[in-house]
Design a protein around this ligand. Structure first.
Ligand code: NAD
Length: 271
């Protein structure tokens, strides 16, 4: 479902891409006909197992029919590296490049220089580290992401990782598949989540979803953010606001970072 939402948002972004407010580069082709290149991983046999699995070459993000019906040319490939790759062939005349964080099309300053028609770099998901943002800004390109598109997936993934780590699951799993069994080697550091103190640094979309998901586990929930969450949600989850991050950290058994990595936030953690 998350990928379908991404596809829908991608459609809207492309549909808007002729508007002068979104794009600052001049069109080199008529507004009605654009060359759109999608770079996704190949799903091979897995594509046939799920018709909703569109974030791959075969599924083409679910956009092909609509784009072609609008008169656009839509090329999809997984071949994105090196001077002879398929993507490189289309760089000089593409208008829109769609990519995903899991199989990113690296958009370097060199590629931007060659891409004279390029207007929109769209990430079907979150995160545009694969784009040289400075070069894109200098060239007047729009770099867009689908904000919020996979926040539920991330919150659920975080909950899963917390449980896996607290229960010391992975070493136990390895013992089983390698035919060993040493309960003490697992149990000495396997805990219940109940009663533990979990702190989220950042309580935006993902942080709030995590707090809601942790509530039934009867943990002590803390959060640090620039802003307090809605009092109703605070009451619902029992999460307590910690204005001072340094004061919150020693209280926590588990810490989850749910805020963006920027120059400012990086300096707070990574020294
Ligand atoms: N890689 C992925 O697949 C993926 C998917 C979803 C989100 N993300 C990333 O995870 C991060 C969180 O996502 P989100 O949707 O919850 O974002 P969000 O904007 O809804 O929430 C971020 C929170 O961090 C807080 N914050 C930012 N800087 C802060 C600071 N210096 N001190 C204290 N609080 C600060 C903000 O006030 C906000 O409440 C984002 O960076 C997002 O890009 C990555």
């Amino acid at each position: 479902m998350a990928m379908k939402q991404v596809a829908n948002s991608a459609i809207k972004a492309i549909a808007n891409s002729g508007s002068s407010s979104l794009l600052t580069r001049q069109l080199h082709a008529s507004p009605g006909s654009k060359k759109i290149v999608g770079v996704f991983y190949k799903a091979n046999e897995y594509f046939t197992k799920n018709p909703n699995f569109v974030g791959c070459v075969e599924g083409a993000l679910g956009l092909r029919q609509w784009l072609e019906s609008q008169g656009h040319q839509y090329i999809v490939t997984d071949d994105k590296e090196g001077p002879d790759c398929e993507l490189e062939k289309h760089i000089p005349d593409l208008h829109v490049l769609i990519s995903t964080p899991f199989h990113p099309a690296y958009v370097t300053a060199e590629r931007i220089k060659k891409a004279k028609n390029l207007q929109l770099l769209l990430t079907a998901g979150i995160g545009s580290d694969h784009v040289d943002l400075k070069a894109a800004a200098e060239a007047g390109l729009t770099v867009a992401e689908v904000t919020g598109s996979n926040v539920v997936s991330v919150a659920e993934d975080e909950l899963m990782r917390i449980l896996i780590l607290v229960r010391n699951f992975v070493p136990g799993y390895h013992q089983v598949i390698t035919g060993d069994w040493n309960v003490a080697g697992i149990a000495y550091r396997a805990y219940d989540l109940e009663g533990k103190t979990v702190g989220t640094i950042g309580a935006g979309r993902i942080g709030k979803l995590l707090l809601q998901r942790l509530k039934p586990f009867n943990c002590n929930l803390l959060y640090h953010d620039r802003v307090k969450i809605d009092p109703e949600l605070e009451k619902q989850t029992g999460a307590k606001f910690e204005e001072d991050l340094d004061a919150m950290l020693p209280k926590c058994d588990i810490i989850v970072i749910n805020m963006p990595l920027t120059e400012k936030t990086r300096s707070g953690f990574i020294t």
